[in-house]
Design a protein. Structure first.
Ligand SMILES: [Zn+2]
Length: 500
């Protein structure tokens, strides 16, 4: 069975009920709120968390007679992103009206782009368990966000709902992938890679919980090797990488079971319910023609000059893929370590600051990837910035190991104490007397003691069991509460053992 096939008995508990190997065909639609100061078509602030309806004006409230004006910065951010994901920017593109009725949208149409999007035909390389895979990007277009409905209680039981138009008109960029993804893991990897790029570019804060980055998925199943696509289902409301993966896993199982039993799969929109861990039908899928798209008569076509594109190209920062390569070259990190270290700009910056001037960047990488990531998630920019152990503090701690002041074991305890107190490594080590004991005469007595209490182990060692040495070093470390210098203990043991 190919690695791309859906049937994975080790991952899916009830995969035994899946009779046929199916292949999942997945495409993602990602909506990113752009980090402009003002909205897409008016001058209202986009700041998150303000009191409801305090950031509105006649334009974003959809009053008749008002006219929208395109936010130049939003277009620039769109172009920047398009270039970073290898899209062709269309010199001529145009906004369109997408009609539908919903109380969070006062105009009863959304200004979006339809036939002439800002950019098309890009790709994004993702790292999967089977190596690098290139995922096609169909299009990137700009639109405006809608308002937010606040229900009294749950959606099902609310007696009334209120609407907050602060979000109405916030610039939104939609990036649509080709249906190139085959597993839920690939979908999560794609979303992570795309999010990292948006944050590196500083065009979106990537906050999925606050909804600045949202993801919908289209998924269908077909027999492995088949050419035609199956009936696709759209899943909405997945506000974390984990939810995307879980929702797709659930949907793959649901559709496989339906296909197995000959049930018809309905083209529809389903909602992921993370609490109940299932998807529920929301509405039958609407088709593009349902929206009665037509060119927005209140806005001129958007001409993007080649010189402008070139100028924006010149401002592109180093992107995750390039930084990964550089980390491998400059700091001799393994491909895996480089991948993790660049998974967010914040983490990459953290590592690079800590590694600056270090004699052994690999040690720094180990500390960042094993210890720092134990306490902060790799893609949580805020948590990384707020980490009580700053890159400089970590540098100081590693410096103490490298100059022999403390052992690696003690360093882990010091790390936890730094985390809890926010104090520096040097301060903690001095106060608690954790300095490593490297004095052979001081350690000699402990070594003798250990040798006499573990006569059997000494016998084993002499009988050729070399691993016994490690045990004895461990005992000395234990006796000294981890303060002994392992190198000195090792040397002492090698000197004393043959004489016994
Ligand atoms: Zn406004």
């Amino acid at each position: 069975m190919s690695a791309e096939a859906v049937k994975r008995p080790d991952r899916q508990p009830d995969a035994s009920t899946v009779k046929q190997p199916y292949e999942a065909v997945i495409g993602l639609e990602v909506h990113a709120q752009l980090r402009t100061r003002t909205k897409m078509f008016c001058g209202c602030s986009t700041a998150f968390g303000a009191r409801p309806n305090t950031q509105t004006c006649p334009v974003c409230q959809g009053m008749p007679g008002t006219l929208p004006v395109i936010n130049r910065r939003a277009v620039e951010f769109g172009i920047k992103t398009a270039l970073a994901i290898n899209c062709t920017v269309n010199a001529d593109n145009r906004f369109a009206r997408k009609h539908y009725y919903y109380p969070d949208m006062p105009k009863n149409y959304q200004i979006s782009q339809y036939e002439e999007p800002l950019a098309e035909h890009g790709h994004l390389d993702i790292t999967t368990a089977d190596g690098m895979r290139r995922i096609g990007i169909q299009r990137l277009h700009l639109e405006e966000d809608v308002g937010k409905l606040v229900h009294e209680g749950t959606l099902e039981t609310a007696l009334s709902s209120q609407v907050d138009f602060n979000r109405a008109g916030v610039p939104l960029m939609e990036i649509v992938s080709k249906p190139d993804l085959r597993t839920s893991e690939e979908a999560a990897a794609y979303l992570k890679a795309l999010r990292a790029i948006l944050v590196y570019l500083d065009v979106c804060d990537g906050n999925m919980e606050e909804g600045s980055l949202r993801c919908d998925a289209n998924i269908s199943l077909r027999h492995a090797g088949a050419k035609e696509f199956g009936t696709k289902v759209e899943i909405k409301n997945m506000n974390s990488f984990k939810n995307v993966q879980h929702a797709l896993d659930y949907e793959i199982k649901r559709q496989a079971r339906a296909l197995d039993t000959g049930e018809r799969i309905v083209q529809e929109t389903r909602l992921w319910d993370p609490d109940r861990a299932h998807t529920v039908s929301m509405r039958s899928k609407e088709f593009a023609h349902d929206y009665r798209y037509f060119p927005e008569p209140d806005l001129p076509p958007l001409d993007v000059a080649a010189a402008w594109i070139d100028r924006i190209r010149g401002t592109l920062p180093e992107l995750p893929a390039a930084r990964r390569q550089r980390f491998m070259m400059a700091y001799t990190l393994s491909p895996y370590d480089a991948e993790v270290a660049t998974s967010s700009k914040a983490l990459a910056d953290y590592f690079e600051t800590a590694a600056q001037g270090s004699r052994n960047p690999k040690t720094v990488a180990n500390w960042v990837l094993n210890e720092v990531l134990r306490v902060v998630p790799p893609d949580d920019e805020k948590a990384i910035a707020a980490c009580p152990i700053t890159p400089a503090a970590l540098q100081e701690l590693i410096g103490l190991i490298e100059d022999g002041t403390i052992s690696g074991r003690i360093a882990k305890d010091v790390f936890d104490k730094m985390l809890a107190s926010g104090e520096g490594a040097r301060v903690i080590v001095a106060r608690e007397g954790l300095t490593q004991v490297a004095d052979a005469s001081e350690l000699g007595a402990v070594v003798d003691n250990v040798l006499s209490t573990h006569a059997k182990v000494v016998e084993d060692y002499k009988a050729g069991k070399k691993a016994a040495l490690g045990f004895l070093v461990g005992q000395v470390m234990k006796w000294t509460s981890g303060k002994a210098s392992p190198a000195v203990v090792n040397a002492l043991l090698l000197e004393k053992l043959p004489k016994l």
